[in-house]
Design a protein around this ligand. Structure first.
Ligand SMILES: Cc1cc2nc3c(=O)[nH]c(=O)nc-3n(C[C@H](O)[C@H](O)[C@H](O)COP(=O)(O)O)c2cc1C
Length: 389
């Protein structure tokens, strides 16, 4: 029996032991020097909370809404590519865990399980994340498929028109499924659970793309297709075109700059996500949590503000809410849970975050997540303006 899991860090350690190195590294890395990846978590630690005492802590609630949808706590699962490679059928398992926890799940364009597959195997609607590619017909079909599957929000990612380089992926020869090289076979031999899971599923490639995009029939043609397909000409006009085509709730993901936030607010989208793609794109960019207050102040209540990047605890969630986020999305935290223990691992991750958030809110002297403001932070301007950690 494994030792008791009590923190997100415990889940990370277990995931590292269970997931093949190639996919663990794909997850646990940032671009280039990984400076922004590290800052995302380090900057949270510099923000300090005010401890309050002798206040009534009974009847607490974390329930809120994100883009008008009821959530049991202000947390959603972020879209992550290749989730089905951290654990067999990963997207379906994580979507089920999110549904049971009463929070939204976001399916990535680059998922292993397809939109239809996740819809068929879960009983709660989910959000769909869209990458804009040159093949506009394919994009339009993806939007149509997300609508047909009953997705309740479209998350449009704006910060990945070209790829930031992750050194480890190149060194590991990342591919889906892994190539049978000697190094890979030796590493896979140490991951029997993962291998058994993969042998038991047919879902091993990019489910939304293979068989749907013109000219993509297998993984080999897929890799060249993705490299060529992300559209470097994406513009605010495209955002408006997609908004009209979709017609439902739209969330703009990857906003880090105040001027872009202003433009995002003008599009009529429901929400923006302050995000640097988990430190995987512009290395040297500010952390999400440091960017958040400026953006929240700039847009006011013209657009809902969400954030992601570096959330590894309930304490991080409350700090983000205090600094102006209506809610947060978690990427790696849920992937650690998934790699560590599949659906049960994601549930464990969400339980840990929920309990930490609830306890922290109480110790800050509050009973309702809606009452959380900057007031719970010690001297917020100073703790944020000391420059990068
Ligand atoms: C392994 C991995 C894959 C990702 N794939 C996508 C993706 O397909 N689409 C997307 O919009 N964001 C993607 N992201 C970014 C996440 O949605 C999110 O912005 C980021 O993980 C938040 O930071 P955190 O991991 O520190 O929580 C990915 C992140 C990771 C770690």
């Amino acid at each position: 029996m494994t030792k008791a899991i009590t923190s997100i860090e415990d889940l990370r350690v277990l995931a590292k032991a269970r997931v093949p190195r190639m996919f663990y590294d794909y997850m646990e890395s940032g671009s280039y020097t990984e400076g922004t990846f590290r800052a995302n978590t380090a900057d949270f630690e510099r923000i300090k909370l005010r401890q309050r005492v002798a206040v009534d802590m009974t009847n607490r609630t974390l329930a809120s809404t994100m883009v008008g949808q009821k959530v049991s706590m202000p947390v959603a699962i972020a879209p992550t590519g290749l989730t089905g490679m951290q654990h067999a059928d990963g997207e379906i398992l994580a979507a089920r865990a999110a549904a049971r926890a009463g929070i939204p799940f976001t399916l990535s364009t680059m998922s292993v399980c397809s939109i239809e597959d996740v819809a068929q195997n879960t009983d709660q609607p989910f959000w769909f994340q869209l990458y804009v590619m040159r093949d506009r017909d394919f994009i339009d079909r993806l939007i149509g498929r997300a609508k047909a599957a009953g997705c309740t929000a479209l998350v449009l990612t704006l910060d990945l028109q070209i790829l930031g380089q992750r050194h480890k992926d190149i060194k590991n020869g990342l591919s889906t499924p892994p190539k049978p090289t000697l190094a890979n076979l030796i590493n896979l031999a140490t991951k029997p659970r993962w291998c058994l899971g993969m042998l038991g599923t047919k879902r091993r490639t990019f489910g939304n793309i293979v068989g749907h995009a013109t000219g993509v029939k297998d993984v080999r043609s897929l890799s060249s297709w993705t490299a060529e397909q992300f559209d470097p000409k994406l513009s605010w006009d495209d955002v408006r075109r997609i908004r009209d085509k979709w017609g439902g709730k739209l969330i703009l993901k990857g906003i880090l700059d105040q001027e872009d936030a202003e433009r995002a607010a003008e599009t009529g989208a429901e929400a923006l996500i302050v995000s640097n793609h988990g430190g995987r794109q512009l290395d040297g960019a500010l952390s999400s949590i440091v960017s958040l207050p400026t953006i929240a102040a700039a847009v006011g209540d013209r657009i809902e503000v969400l954030m992601d990047g570096g959330i590894r605890s309930g304490q991080d969630v409350i700090k983000a809410v205090a600094l102006g986020a209506r809610g947060v999305l978690i990427g790696r935290a849920f992937l650690y849970g998934l790699g560590a223990g599949g659906e049960a691992g994601v549930t464990q991750c969400l339980d840990i975050i929920r309990k930490e958030l609830d306890t922290t809110m109480a110790m800050c002297g509050l009973r309702d997540i809606h009452a959380v403001t900057r007031d719970i932070l010690v001297d917020p301007p100073q703790s944020l303006n000391r420059g990068p950690a």
